[in-house]
Design a protein around this ligand. Structure first.
Ligand code: PRP
Length: 206
């Protein structure tokens, strides 16, 4: 059976494809996949999912390997082998708010998708805040008055800029990572190790 690789949909998907094209594998079916969620190439079975779901599929052994943002691994701490960084998907975690915002004296309200990271960040600062969990477009929260600020990933900074927000503090940097299921890495070792090595070599050369 071919190695099964779970890929994160969206932004990382395009960057993964660019990286994967530098390796010596069949890539054609991935380039023309349209809206399909599963793609077979000569060497691999790929499927596409949201980042956090990639970790769930890998953790449960449905996928042998996964490509996921470091942010997801820090936030959710899945029980997988966190193998090594890949040379794309570089982001920072930032606290951001409206340009010129005057913070109120009362307890701060912070909106984020990354509630664990947010909790840890303010714990380290010795500050107690109210955390509001949102699933996306978190930039809206300070603009609409739901929160004083957000904790979110920043890649190019365009989303913050175009929505009138500014970075107050940046506190984590990460990139995409290759992850592996703990038991299939042992069971399918002969199949998976060469793939992992090829990814590692590609990552070093990029
Ligand atoms: C992420 C993040 C920011 C944006 C940052 O959102 O939540 O909104 O990317 O990227 P930038 O600095 O390059 O502008 P994503 O596009 O993944 O969608 P989401 O809003 O649904 O989380």
């Amino acid at each position: 059976m071919k190695p099964i690789i779970a890929l994160t949909k969206g932004r990382l998907e395009k960057q993964f494809l660019k990286f994967f094209q530098t390796l010596d594998y069949d890539v054609e079916p991935l380039l023309n996949k349209g809206r399909k969620l599963q793609v077979e190439t000569d060497q691999f079975s790929f499927f596409f999912a949201k980042g956090v779901d990639v970790t769930t599929y890998v953790e449960n052994g449905i996928a042998d390997l996964g490509v996921v943002g470091g942010d997801i691994l820090i936030e959710h701490q899945p029980d997988v082998y966190n193998l090594f960084p890949l040379p794309f998907g570089e982001c920072r975690m930032a606290l951001a708010t409206k340009d010129g915002y005057i913070w109120p004296d009362q307890k701060k309200r912070i909106a984020s998708t990354f509630t664990n990271i947010t909790k840890e960040y303010f714990k380290n600062k010795g500050e107690s805040v109210d955390i509001i969990k949102l699933e996306g477009s978190v930039e809206l929260a300070p603009i609409l008055g739901l929160a004083d600020a957000i904790v979110d990933i920043v890649e190019t900074g365009t989303t913050l800029k175009e929505n009138g927000l500014v970075v107050e503090d940046e506190f984590l940097t990460f990139s995409a990572r290759l992850i592996a299921n703990r038991s299939t890495l042992k069971v399918k070792r002969e199949q998976l190790v060469p793939v992992i090595e090829a990814f590692k070599k590609g990552a070093k050369e990029t």
